[in-house]
Write a protein that binds this ligand. Structure first.
Ligand SMILES: NC(=O)c1ccc[n+]([C@@H]2O[C@H](COP(=O)([O-])OP(=O)(O)OC[C@H]3O[C@@H](n4cnc5c(N)ncnc54)[C@H](OP(=O)(O)O)[C@@H]3O)[C@@H](O)[C@H]2O)c1
Length: 275
């Protein structure tokens, strides 16, 4: 059985990551096609992955089983309108990875309901370590859901949600989440330096600690709260550090941060949907 043909509209960071991830996962380069108006972007994708590239989105859509929309949110309306006729005629599965662009907006730009999956990946997807939220319209078949999972699964883990509104929560949690962890790392590095370590030592120790903690949590043997208790001996150093974090409301601060980011995600979705 031949592999479904995928047209990647937008050969930027996300388009290249998806193509690279799919090829690493064993997808044939012949079944992938990149589309971008920028010759440089096309060349980069072609040289990195060996897939064919073109500037002509409409022709690519006519041959595709899946069309992945990987252009900037601000460019989605014009891009979708350019492809609308071909999308209506050939009805491929459409997967959008654009942050904050709602299914309702995309359907209205296409001008007819087509099977649509909305994905919210995050930046670590560029290294194959992404976390992606997925939501789909009711007319997406089980086989198409599996296909979407394979495509986004090529750059990390995926989680389906039952309501599109939950993608705003995913945007605020895992979409913006890398920045929260970077901020925590910045604080730990600063602490190490202020207490006498060299910046390079503080950086190396902090990053490795974050990686180690994430790997322990990802192993799934215990949840983060249990892991924290296990590494916090009564009367020890960790207990003292954790006490300061808890007394100063670290968890409440994180909850507020995610709430604020979700609200911003909703505002941006309204903005991108105009017109
Ligand atoms: N990068 C991430 O970590 C990340 C994470 C989550 C979600 N996303 C989403 O992924 C999408 C792409 O992000 P990105 O970082 O890959 O952006 P990017 O690097 O700017 O790539 C987008 C590419 O699409 C091209 N393009 C614009 N209009 C087009 C059209 N009509 N047909 C074909 N290609 C077109 C752009 O060309 P021009 O430069 O000429 O406009 C650009 O090369 C965004 O919507 C973003 O929200 C990205």
């Amino acid at each position: 059985m031949s592999l479904p043909r995928i047209a990647l509209i937008g050969c930027g960071n996300m388009g290249r990551s998806l193509a690279g991830g799919l090829i690493q996962a064993g997808w044939s380069a012949d079944a992938l096609h990149g589309i971008d108006p920028e010759p440089e972007q096309r060349e980069k994708l072609k040289s990195q992955t060996g897939i064919s590239v073109t500037a002509d989105g409409t022709a690519a859509v006519s041959r595709a089983d899946v069309v992945v929309l990987a252009v900037k949110p601000q460019g989605m309306r014009d891009t979708v309108r350019e492809l609308a006729e071909a999308l209506r005629q050939y009805r491929p599965l459409v997967i959008t990875v654009a942050a904050g662009v709602r299914i309702e907006s995309i359907q209205s730009w296409i001008g007819a309901p087509v099977p649509l999956v909305r994905a919210m990946p995050n930046t670590p997807a560029l290294l194959g370590a992404g976390a992606t939220g997925l939501y789909c319209t009711a007319d997406v078949t089980a086989a198409q859901r599996q296909l979407a999972e394979r495509i986004l699964g090529a750059v990390g883990i995926v989680q389906w949600v039952e309501h599109e509104a939950l993608l705003d929560v995913i945007t605020a949690l895992s979409g913006s989440g890398p920045a929260y962890f970077f901020l925590v790392m910045e604080g730990l590095i600063r602490a190490g330096v202020e207490l006498g370590l060299s910046p390079a030592q503080a950086l190396t120790l902090t990053v490795q600690t974050a990686l180690g903690a994430a790997r322990m949590a990802a192993a799934g043997v215990a949840d983060p709260a249990d892991l924290r208790r296990q590494v916090t001996s009564p009367g020890g150093t960790t207990e003292e550090g954790v006490r300061i974090l808890e007394e100063n409301g670290l968890q409440e601060i994180l909850v507020r941060a995610v709430q604020a980011a979700r609200q911003r995600s909703e505002e941006l979705a309204r903005q991108f949907g105009e017109g």
